[in-house]
Ligand binder design. Structure first.
Ligand SMILES: [Zn+2]
Length: 488
């Protein structure tokens, strides 16, 4: 039996010491902090995943978006002691499943979240569209266009924590400060495609000793952010440290460098306005600095589809087809789902079953956005041919922006081991990308989207090719799960 004693039962000490920690963070890339209702309600009038907003319609940050990341950063055996927990004993859960009700154990968190504040830069939240790739038709699935609202890079986030102790110096407070200083904050959804990266700027510590007149007066006459005043100590400063916490390691120990061999069109889902014309050119996706961009979602979708194809066509492993005609979805159990993650199948409004607690599981591979450097952006005109009469269809001229002559860097990182077979298949998928077998972006059938590897990356791919083929060849079809080794 589990003991029900909750050691971390924080009582309000009548005369104790209150520690307020104020952590200031800055988004270094876009973040997707979806409103809770966004996961269950879909409206054709709004983005599928709108930002969480407060009662005045301003974007806000649910405290759980930050504390979830901080909790995850703590060592597993310290999470409950620091951040509390609500759980059921295994025996109690059994009873609950039988309908007898169960006993819920709640451990109060000694680290309490007082609040968060979000300060947006001048740019309004961006909206980004992504499409699922149909491997067979090399076109976007008509039903799979999602859009999500994003907080722009440069957004500042502030988090206030409160810890009550009996003395002005406390190992618990020191532990939380050390935890914050080594934190690699990741906020909101879409982590595996490069969203939500943030850096800690400063941590301030204000000790309020209620046993002293000054402390008591400060506590009683101030509230909210004003509690952290000039008497606070700066216990962490980004400018004083050698950069932030390190990024997750590259899967292959390196970034991969490519250049565009022809032209790339990754649509933003919007068109420029052209007076007097039916519509302007389809615009390419750009980042907050207006640089053309290959989003992490595009890399991930493309490489996943190719990895699935390679593993299935070589008869290795029982891997699912995450993108089927008309119905994106993934099995959630195969090695590709383990490496790339999986999501629940899209819900229809008619679906009356309650939504699942978790929307799939996050993958171990992380794909960042790739800005395209030194690209020439051009507008290309196209004529849609009439298949029956052979000529140009009336008014079927369309135009689209393309990025040409640019360079781009692909960052594939991982935060947990990736199965060897997936790693090997990924090497072959990257080789397909480098030799033009696999195109990226829209209109690959019209000759767009061919990349060429830069010399160092080309040499590396050549060296990796034979070992990768051998890994796939020597693999005997598994009775159980695939081996869980990785070479970082
Ligand atoms: Zn699967």
């Amino acid at each position: 039996m589990t003991t029900h004693a909750t050691a971390a039962h924080t009582t309000n000490h009548a005369m104790g010491v209150i520690h307020i920690l104020q952590a200031d963070l800055e988004l270094t890339g876009p973040a997707a902090v979806a409103a809770p209702e966004a996961h269950t309600v879909a409206s054709s009038l709004r983005p599928d995943l709108p930002l969480a907003r407060d009662g005045w319609g301003n974007p806000c940050l649910p405290a759980t978006s930050l504390t979830g990341s901080l909790r995850h950063h703590a060592a597993p055996h310290r999470r409950r002691a620091l951040f509390g927990d609500v759980y059921k004993t295994p025996a109690a859960k059994q009873q609950d499943d039988d309908g007898d009700g169960g006993e819920t154990i709640a451990i109060a968190s000694p680290v309490r979240v007082l609040g968060t504040r979000l300060t947006l830069p001048d740019a309004p939240p961006a909206e980004r569209r992504r499409t699922a790739v149909d491997r067979h038709r090399a076109a976007a699935l008509a039903t799979s266009l999602h859009s999500r609202e994003l907080l722009p890079p440069g957004t500042e986030l502030t988090l206030w924590l409160r810890i009550d102790t009996t003395a002005t110096s406390s190992p618990l407070v020191d532990e939380v400060i050390a935890l914050l200083a080594a934190w690699r904050p990741r906020i909101g959804g879409g982590r595996t495609t490069g969203y939500g990266r943030a850096e800690l700027i400063t941590v301030r510590h204000r000790t309020i000793d209620l046993t002293t007149p000054d402390g008591l007066r400060h506590w009683l006459t101030h509230g909210g952010p004003a509690l952290v005043d000039d008497h606070a100590t700066v216990v962490h400063d980004r400018a004083q440290t050698a950069g932030g916490a390190p990024d997750e390691p590259h899967l292959f120990g390196r970034a991969l460098h490519f250049r565009i061999a022809d032209a790339l069109h990754i649509g933003s889902g919007t068109r420029t306005e052209r007076p007097g014309r039916r519509s302007g050119p389809a615009q390419i996706l750009r980042d907050h600095e207006n640089t053309p961009l290959v989003p992490g979602t595009t890399w991930k979708g493309l490489l996943r589809a190719r990895v699935e194809f390679i593993l299935r066509s070589t008869g290795i492993g029982d891997v699912c087809a995450s993108v089927r005609d008309g119905a994106p979805g993934s099995c959630g159990t195969c090695m590709v789902c383990e490496a790339f993650g999986f999501s629940e199948r899209p819900r229809t409004p008619a679906d009356s079953t309650p939504p699942p607690d978790t929307a799939g599981a996050r993958g171990h591979l992380l794909f960042a956005d790739s800005p395209i450097r030194d690209a020439t952006v051009r507008v290309r005109n196209h004529v849609a041919l009439d298949r029956v009469f052979g000529g140009a269809r009336d008014e079927a001229l369309f135009a689209e922006e393309t990025a040409e002559d640019g360079h781009l860097t692909l960052h594939i990182r991982h935060d947990k081991p990736v199965p060897d077979l997936v790693r090997a298949a990924l090497v072959l998928a990257l080789a397909d990308l480098a030799d033009g077998t696999l195109g990226i972006g829209g209109a690959t059938t019209r000759g767009y989207g061919t990349l060429t590897a830069e010399p160092a990356t080309a040499d590396w791919l050549t060296a990796q090719h034979t070992p990768a083929v051998n890994t796939l060849r020597t693999h005997t079809p598994p009775a159980g799960p695939a081996p869980q080794e990785t070479r970082a």
